[in-house]
Design a protein around this ligand. Structure first.
Ligand code: ASP
Ligand code: MG
Length: 407
């Protein structure tokens, strides 16, 4: 008998009929002799609707109250799922975050899970019930409801799978699995059978949106095996697991892109200690996350100036520009340039660790298409280039073909 944790996203439980269908699937798996724990998101659009209501009530709503409000989306879907199972004569029980003892830190709106005590869930399973747990929510030390950030139900599922020592954590969604690149951009995109945690992390930070990034970090830390698959199909999707198993014997596994960043360049920054900290400190103090950072060596006769570039999420671009313009003046830099018409194209693969020439091949491929590279950054298993946004599709296709990812 296996214990299986399944998670269904909002589009998979977006209507009464869909919830019934999910219930059928879960019941069938239980009949095969498995213990079933199901984590649900709110019905599609519900979290957004609730957030809109909060913002209608107040331009800057109190985060504690927002959590009380938006956690009800999941409360609805799990209760409906419980009713669906019971209508089919199957015992099921809905469990909210606090009942599942999903403990979090104090931060409202984006809290981290600090511990889970799965006794209650285990008891329910022992009585042959299907246990349906509200995703996205927990309880903090003060006894208040918290939420885990957008897409947080993935993290709930992975954390429960870890706490319950489940055989697998199945993430049901509206895509077939993890692809070598976005199938909407390139018809030759291929579904991967396996991908390692690290590759998946890099792919999602580079723009591939399959699972919430934090849930993958969690899975990697605790060795939770994940199976991403389509909620309306029975096909095998993609397994996310340890590297040894995930190796597909290729150097590059996927090409990702992100159009949601903007670049800021500070020209002629005095080249002396403390400047980078000053510039980046101004944005990080405002809670803005910086992605790529580049600083040139100083050149020229004066030899005392350097150009400094970095990228921020597009949503934070205006605010970051305002902050940096002020800092630039303070430190005596010449000028600040901003550009939100960029895209970041990344290739990812664990094989890069042991192979030379991957970067050259990437740069050459872009050059062959006449695409200018404006920033470059690398990690052990990822190379990213910033290019002009309108070349995104061309770049993705060319790289996918050059590294033969369709094979
Ligand atoms: N309902 C939440 C959201 O829309 C959590 C989730 O779907 O995972 O972000
Ligand atoms: Mg979701």
């Amino acid at each position: 008998m296996a214990l299986i944790v399944q998670k269904y996203g909002g589009t998979s439980v977006g209507s009464i009929e869909l919830i019934r269908r999910v219930a059928d699937k879960v019941i069938a798996r239980q009949h095969q002799g498995n213990q079933m724990v199901v984590v649900l998101s709110a019905m599609a659009g519900e979290t957004d609707r609730l957030l809109r209501l909060a913002h209608e009530m107040s331009p800057e709503p109190n985060l504690r109250e927002v959590d009380v409000l938006i956690s009800t989306g999941e409360q609805q879907s799990v209760a409906l799922f419980g009713l669906a199972c019971q209508a089919k004569g199957v015992e099921a029980v809905s469990i909210l975050g606090f009942q599942a003892r999903i403990e979090t830190d104090e931060f409202h709106g984006r809290s981290c899970i600090t511990g889970i005590d799965p006794v209650r869930i285990q008891n329910e399973l022992d009585q042959n019930r299907i246990v349906v747990v509200a995703g996205f929510q927990g309880i903090n030390g003060s006894g208040d409801v918290t939420t885990l950030g957008r897409g947080g139900s993935d993290t709930t599922a992975v954390a429960l799978a870890s706490a319950l020592k489940a055989e697998v954590c199945e993430i049901f969604t509206d895509v077939d699995g993890v692809y070598t690149t976005d199938p909407h951009l390139h018809p030759k995109a291929r579904k991967m059978r396996h991908v390692s945690y690290e590759e998946m992390l890099e792919l999602s930070s580079a723009g591939a949106k399959v699972m919430e990034t934090r849930s993958i970090e969690f899975a990697m830390r605790y060795g939770v095996r994940i199976h991403v698959r389509h909620s309306q199909k029975d096909e095998i999707g993609t397994i996310i697991s340890e590297e040894e198993e995930a190796m597909e014997d290729r150097i590059v596994s996927g090409v990702a892109y992100n159009k949601n960043e903007a670049r800021i360049t500070v020209l002629k920054v005095p080249d002396m200690p403390g400047m980078a900290a000053k510039i980046l400190g101004a944005v990080s103090d405002a809670g803005i996350v910086v992605d790529m950072i580049i600083q040139n060596t100083s050149a020229g006769q004066e030899g005392r100036n350097t150009d400094f570039s970095f990228t921020v999420p597009q949503t934070d671009f205006q605010q970051a520009m305002a902050l940096i313009t002020q800092v630039a003046e303070e430190i005596g830099a010449e000028r600040v340039l901003g550009d939100d018409n960029i895209a970041k194209i990344s290739i990812v693969g664990v094989g890069m660790r042991t192979h030379a020439g991957v970067a050259t091949k990437m740069f050459q491929t872009l050059a062959n298409e006449g695409i200018n590279i404006r920033m470059i950054s690398t990690s052990e298993i990822k190379i990213s280039c910033v290019i002009t946004q309108k070349y995104t599709e061309l770049a993705v296709r060319a790289l996918h073909d050059a590294f033969e990812l369709d094979k």
